[in-house]
Design a protein around this ligand. Structure first.
Ligand SMILES: [Zn+2]
Length: 126
């Protein structure tokens, strides 16, 4: 890769993540007046995450349809249910069903920023 960018990979990922969080809240705001704009934001999040190899946190991932990359607005174009420890969200635009476990998210909430440390421990165990 060309060395025109001074930012490290982690810094880029961090920027993309913050940008993604910003775009998600923008998408929420504009969805009512302009759903296609909201879908455009969702697509931009997915594309930029792919570009820097960022794994989107579930709080963002669950707002975007994996199949049609539409922004998912619960109660509007998405149906969100919980069953057996999973959040099941159905994209009403393409019918794609995504399941997210929420135990891991609760773990992340309890110890923010310690994901890497946890991952190291996991690796040692195996
Ligand atoms: Zn969809």
């Amino acid at each position: 890769m060309a060395r025109r960018n001074r930012l490290s990979k982690a810094e880029k990922q961090n920027l993309v993540l913050r940008h993604a969080e910003h775009l998600i809240s923008l998408a929420e705001e504009v969805y009512d007046s302009d759903p296609s704009l909201a879908h455009g934001y969702a697509e931009e999040i997915v594309k930029s995450a792919l570009r820097v190899n960022l794994r989107l946190p579930s709080r963002i991932k669950r707002r975007i349809c994996r199949k049609c990359r539409h922004f998912l607005m619960p109660g509007r174009n998405a149906r969100v249910r919980t069953s057996q420890g999973h959040v099941v969200s159905t994209c009403l635009d393409c019918g794609h069903i995504s399941r997210f476990g929420y135990t891991r998210e609760q773990k992340e909430k309890r110890s923010p920023g310690r994901a890497q440390e946890e991952a190291g421990k996991e690796a040692g165990k195996n």
